[in-house]
Each structure stands twice: as C-alpha cells, then as structure tokens.
Design a protein around this ligand. Structure first.
Ligand SMILES: [Zn+2]
Length: 250
C-alpha cells in the first residue's frame, strides 16, 4: 500500500493486521555533471514502492530534502540544516507512532542523512525514556541505506569496482538510468576522471567545490548503464525486502 494513494479507512484497516511502514528518505542535491538532482530520493522511493507492491507493506511518499549543506556550492542543491531535518524526522515518527505503526524503516539514499536520522531516532527514544508512563515504548525505528546491505554492496563492487566512487557514484547514477531512461545525460568525451576522496573529508560547500570541481568524488560515470543499474536495483530490492520483513515481524 502506498500511503499517498490510500484513504484513511484503508490505513486503519492495514493497521489491524500490520505494524510496519517504510519511509523513503533522500536529498535533492548535485550528482556531478551527469547525475540527476533527485537521485538520492528517486532510488529509495522506487525501491520502497517495488517492495510495497511485492509484499503489501505500506510505504510513505519520500522526504525529498535532506542534510546536504556541503553540496550547496553547486546550483540546484536544496538542503535542510541538521537541526531542521532532525525535527522533521522526529515529527514523522511521532505521527506514525500516534496512528499505531510500531516498526518504522527509514530507507535512505544519502550518506549525509545518516547522522541526523540516528539523532532523530534517539530524540524520539529519549522522549519515551524521560516519561515513566512513556507511551510508544514498543515503537522501533531502523535505518537502511540502500547501498549498504552485503549482497547489494558486493553486486556494486562486482559491476563497478573502484570506479563506483564516493559521491555521484556510478551505481546510483546507473540505477536512475534504469528507472528513468529518458533523463540519461550524455557523458562528454573530454570528461576528466573524478578526483578520489571521502565525503568525510569535506566540511562545507566552499571546501567541496574547491576540491571536487565537477561534484563527483572518485566515480567513473563512463561505467554507468541502465542494465548495470537494473542488476543493482533488483539485488537491493530483494535484500532490503527481506530485511524489512524480518524487522516488521520482530
Ligand atoms: Zn547520491
């Protein structure tokens, strides 16, 4: 069930037999000269919908903005500050908990979201812990960043090797090519190899643009194909579906 297409009695009915929900989260940010601005929410959103269609699990619409301040040196990036993003996520958890959801998976597409998501979960748990009568004590949240489960990570390595990189990765761009082939951007013949590095080395938007001039970190976008993207999407969707089902029945 996709929440945006459900009416409230359907949600009420769902909650009689189910406690789980998937919330796709991502970012609207630069992904180099060929990657889509929406890459980081397009992918988890499509995975959540595929899992929902297969299993009947409820998924929400994506939260399309995330914590992307370090990408603001590139036009089009939209960022929430960390404190704003944590507040948004806590309010989403509180809303779902109020209705009776008891297992909430944040299916994430952006590395910069990881710290604020974990903080939001702890904010929510702290709210429960500070009250001796605390309601919602049985509500558990889980973060899954789609590229991290072991079979998915192995598939990415097998297809893209070192050329996957750390930002605007070959794998994520390939998955968007599979999902939205009409928006595939041509790779210009004079595209230079992306400088290698780690996202953790970057502090702010100026720093980023100075050091990684076209926005990519270590990714070889010549490796991207829709076929490679489909392989990653299929493995990830299977693996994440299993992980969600195990969590929802815990
Ligand atoms: Zn990304």
């Amino acid at each position: 069930m996709k929440l945006q297409f459900a009416a409230w009695p359907e949600v009420e009915e769902y909650l009689r037999a189910n406690a789980g929900i998937i919330v796709p989260i991502g970012s609207t940010e630069q992904h180099g000269p060929t990657g889509l601005m929406g890459t980081d929410y397009i992918i988890p959103s499509a995975m959540a919908e595929a899992i929902s269609e297969r299993t009947g699990i409820c998924c929400t619409p994506p939260i399309t903005f995330g914590m992307a301040q370090h990408h603001l040196g590139f036009p089009g990036t939209i960022s929430l500050r960390p404190s704003t993003y944590v507040s948004v996520l806590v309010d989403v958890i509180q809303s779902l908990a109020r209705h009776g959801f008891r297992r909430i998976v944040f299916l994430n597409g952006h590395g910069g979201n990881i710290a604020p998501v974990l903080t939001a979960m702890n904010e929510f748990y702290a709210g429960i812990s500070f009250h001796r009568e605390g309601g919602h004590r049985d509500v558990l949240c889980k973060l899954i960043s789609w590229w991290t489960p072991p079979k998915t990570a192995a598939e990415i390595t097998e297809i893209f090797g070192d050329g996957d990189g750390a930002h605007a990765t070959a794998s994520e761009i390939a998955v968007t090519q599979f999902l939205h082939s009409r928006y595939i951007k041509p790779v210009s013949a004079d595209l230079r190899p992306a400088r290698k590095g780690a996202v953790s080395d970057i502090h702010n938007a100026y720093d980023y643009r100075d050091r990684f001039i076209d926005g990519r970190i270590g990714s070889d976008v010549r490796l991207c194909t829709p076929e490679g993207g489909q392989r990653v999407f299929d493995v990830a969707t299977d693996e994440i579906a299993e992980e969600c089902m195990a969590f929802f029945s815990s």
